[in-house]
Design a protein around this ligand. Structure first.
Ligand code: PBG
Ligand code: ZN
Length: 347
């Protein structure tokens, strides 16, 4: 079309179409809140706690801002404060620090006097309404730092690993955990744990939350630092999913549902929201959880420190992204902050 023709055919703008006006829908802060299909609440969040084998420990974790490693005696008063602010749920990670505790099969994972089992019991006694989940894995307890039991060539022995993981999960459930959440990614462990729970008469009172779509990204560094669980050789790429593996994630979710998972998880969060959306599509009848992992949390803190973002605003933005994608619950190190932020006026 030539310029002259364009000028020649020019007409005044048409009266605005009724459907073209969107801003009437969100001109007020309350209207903007109503645009959320679901609102964040305190019950949306599960708080990860690192528990050590020194009962009186309370140590700052350098790589995870505002997070500490706790001994059982110190964590109870801390949790009491959080419960009084509305905390509904925690997930426990054991961090054995004593010398000589680790071995090739992760014996210490379910030591009856170890940090996780002792803390489950103490939390149950002190906080009858608190929901207690336990991460189930061997990497914090194995001498080699991998998530299962290994052959000499460094590969996972599937049968032996799932048997050991099932025993650990059953022992956590027996100690009083409401939920066991295996993060190891060994094939078939959901089935083994479910059978173990059924045989132990615990299946009816234990939720099995599978870390189904757990990706081997670059975002777990601060956690491995906090938990002392970095592998001593190699990496976790032969059992955690490759970052591009959308199809594998779908298969893992389908498999874990078939094996008896009561809920499934996607991890990490922000970089994998398409997977959360897929998960909600596949796992229509169970809650979908998302884990905003240590690296994501540390990155947002670093960005806020640099003045790139405002911490509270970006934390809400990230959490709302998880809800939008289809998550019902969010495991997050921001939980104590949200307990305060959700008490503040919403706008
Ligand atoms: C243990 C486990 C890890 C995380 C949760 N459970 C570390 C890993 O798989 O290397 C990561 C959590 C985080 O980074 O916040 N298997
Ligand atoms: Zn592990």
């Amino acid at each position: 079309m030539s310029f002259s023709k364009h000028v020649a055919t020019y007409t005044d703008p048409q009266p605005t179409e009724i459907s073209s006006i969107l801003q009437g829908g969100y001109h007020h802060p309350l209207l903007r809140l109503w645009q959320n299909e679901r609102q964040l609440t305190k019950a949306t969040f599960i708080y990860p706690l690192f528990i050590t084998d020194d009962p009186d420990e309370e140590t700052v974790i350098d790589s995870l801002p505002n997070q500490k490693r706790w001994g059982v005696n110190k964590v109870i008063p801390y949790v009491r404060e959080l419960v009084s602010k509305g905390l509904t749920s925690v997930i426990l990670f054991g961090v054995p620090l004593k010398d000589g505790v680790k071995d090739p099969v992760g014996t210490a994972a379910d030591d009856p006097n170890g940090p996780v089992i002792t803390t489950i019991k103490a939390l149950r006694e002190n906080f009858p309404k608190l929901f207690i989940a336990c991460d189930v894995c061997l990497c914090e307890y194995t001498s080699h730092g991998h998530c299962g039991i290994l052959r000499d060539d460094g590969t996972l022995i599937r049968e032996e690993s799932v048997r050991r993981l099932a025993a650990v999960a059953v022992n956590y459930a027996r100690a009083g955990a409401h939920c066991v959440a295996p993060s190891d990614m060994v094939d078939g462990r959901i089935l083994a744990i479910k059978r173990g729970l059924i045989d132990a008469g615990l299946a009816h009172r234990t939720t099995l939350l599978s870390y189904s779509a757990k990706f081997s990204g670059n975002l777990y560094g601060p956690f491995r630092d906090a938990a002392g669980s970095a592998p001593s050789f190699g990496d976790r790429k032969s059992y955690q999913l490759p970052p591009g593996g959308r199809g594998l994630a779908r298969r893992a979710i389908e498999r874990d549902l078939a094996e008896g998972a009561d809920a499934i998880m996607v991890k990490p969060s922000t970089f994998y929201l398409d997977i959360v959306s897929d998960a909600k599509g596949i796992a229509k009848n169970v809650p979908v959880a998302v884990y905003q992992v240590s690296g994501e949390y540390a990155m947002l803190h670093a960005a806020a420190e640099k003045g790139v973002v405002d911490l509270k605003t970006i934390a809400f933005e990230a959490a709302n992204g998880c809800l939008r994608a289809g998550a019902s619950l969010i495991i997050s190190y921001f939980t104590p902050d949200f307990l305060e932020w959700l008490d503040e006026p919403l706008y």
